[in-house]
Ligand binder design. Structure first.
Ligand code: UDX
Length: 450
């Protein structure tokens, strides 16, 4: 099929490459010419394992091309996927200006029956709004006697949320757990069936076909539910700390219940990234707008933010004042496998420590350039033990293998004071204590009971 992807950021680029690899002819549109030049030169502007190789292949065989000309993308795509950014606004809701603009422009330039698919995370009702914008534009076209006859033009709005995780985005997109799309016409539903048919055939994943608002809600509810699990286990961890229990084993014991499962029960510094923090706020905002107070989501967010305080309190307990102390933060990205620093807990920690007068050093295998841009006062060191050398304490903020695999004796030898706050519970706690480290995990209260 001829598909167009509007916005080749993280979601758009991965989606475009995977669709091209499925055998579709894909055009990726972006108005950032520098980004397109980078892509055409064979470089990927962010870290995503497997994507450079896939892109090279589909660009070389011509199944994926790029343009900054909207009319080219609209002419090409019988199905057009909207993957533009929806950044958060100060009130908690997402900024939908870019989504609206795409709807308007597609209606202005479409020359035939087209399916416009929301892939960006948008509030339920965006489909209704887009349909309205498109109807207005088509009316203007019909009223304009000089315009090409728009009577054959029909733009069907659909919603097809993505569930890809950064770091494993290619796999999540090519082999999804499920495919969800919501449509308002048989035409749009049949087109989306056709888009995904080769994937369903290959992977055998379930397909959930719905109306548009239901598909939008599935995305909201999935992310909010996962964030709720994380805040739940973090709250349990805080109780474990106080009663001398081990949250790792609590999670294991819970996870064996088939109704609960093991995934997303790792307690720690809390979630970050471009999705969960924004999506939880956006869902709470949407609920408020439609007259429902979804207070649970406010609590989920507060527990998440509170986890950073747990780490800072541990440091203060051990070091008294942080003024004049040197703290090594091991890991900067919001999770391993990415260089994404959006809402990364490590950055919040660094800012708080700097504000309290500490010197901060950071190690990360891929995200240090980004740290230089947002926090130039942080000392950046490209080896974890060198970052720890001579520091008064180390905080583990991201469970990269290079960090989780550190030998506790080496860490002890490097540090000035042997204090480690493991914000991701990724070190072997017993081995750390045996090596002579003052080891603090999250929810590992059992370690204090000897
Ligand atoms: C998430 C969703 O998983 C994905 O479906 C959606 O489309 C986009 O948002 P992503 O933000 O890439 O993906 O990261 P994910 O792997 O889900 O992790 C989110 C955060 O939760 C990370 O900060 C991670 O460190 C944290 N996390 C995850 C935990 O603290 N504990 C866990 O057990 C799992």
């Amino acid at each position: 099929m001829d598909l167009s992807i509007v916005g080749v950021g993280h979601v758009g680029l991965v989606t475009a490459a995977v669709f091209a690899d499925l055998g579709h002819r894909v055009v990726g549109l972006d108005d950032d010419r520098d980004k397109l030049d980078t892509l055409l030169a064979g470089d990927v502007p962010f870290h995503e394992p497997g994507l450079p190789e896939l892109l090279e292949r589909v660009v070389a065989d011509g199944s994926l091309t790029f343009t900054d000309d909207l009319s080219v993308a609209v002419d090409h795509g019988e199905v057009i996927f909207v993957c533009v950014g929806t950044p958060p606004l100060p009130g908690g809701g997402p900024d939908l200006r870019f989504v609206e603009r795409v709807g308007r422009e597609v209606a202005r330039h479409a020359t035939r029956e087209t399916v416009l698919v929301e892939k960006s995370t948008v509030p339920a009702n965006t489909g209704v709004r887009l349909t309205q914008v498109i109807a207005h534009e088509l009316e203007v076209r019909r009223a304009d006697a000089t315009a090409a006859d728009p009577d054959d033009v029909h733009v069907h709005v659909a919603s097809n949320p993505e569930f890809l995780r950064e770091g494993v985005a290619v796999k999540d997109t090519a082999e999804p757990d499920r495919i969800v799309y919501g449509t308002a016409s048989d035409y749009a539903r049949d087109k989306l069936r056709e888009v995904y048919a080769p994937m369903v055939e290959r992977v055998g994943c379930p397909v959930v076909e719905t109306d548009v608002p239901t598909a939008e809600l599935i995305k909201h509810a999935s992310n909010a539910f996962l964030a709720t699990r994380l805040s739940f286990i973090n709250a349990v961890a805080n109780v474990c700390d106080r009663v001398g229990a081990d949250v790792e084993l609590v999670a294991k014991g819970m996870g064996h219940d088939a109704r609960i499962g093991h995934a997303f029960l790792n307690a720690g510094l809390g979630y970050g990234g471009s999705c969960f923090p924004k999506d939880v706020d956006a869902f709470a905002h949407l609920a408020r707008q439609v007259g429902y107070d979804f207070g649970l989501l406010e609590e989920v967010r507060d527990i998440n933010v509170g986890q950073r305080q747990v780490v800072l309190d541990r440091l203060r307990d051990e070091l008294w004042h942080l003024q004049g102390k040197t703290i090594a933060i091991l890991g900067a990205a919001f999770k391993p496998g990415t260089d994404d620093l959006r809402e990364a807990p490590a950055l919040y920690l660094a800012e708080s420590l700097l504000a309290e007068g500490a010197t901060v050093r950071m190690y990360d295998p891929v995200a240090l350039d980004g740290v230089a841009e947002v926090l130039p006062e942080v000392e950046r060191i490209d080896d974890p033990l060198e970052a720890a050398r001579g520091a008064h304490a180390a905080v583990i903020a991201t469970e990269w293998p290079q960090i989780a695999g550190l030998d506790p004796s080496d860490l002890k030898a490097a540090l000035d004071y042997p204090i480690v706050v493991d914000g991701r519970n990724c070190l072997d706690a017993r081995a750390a204590i045996d090596a002579g480290l003052h080891y603090h995990g999250i929810g590992r209260g059992h370690l204090r009971v000897r």
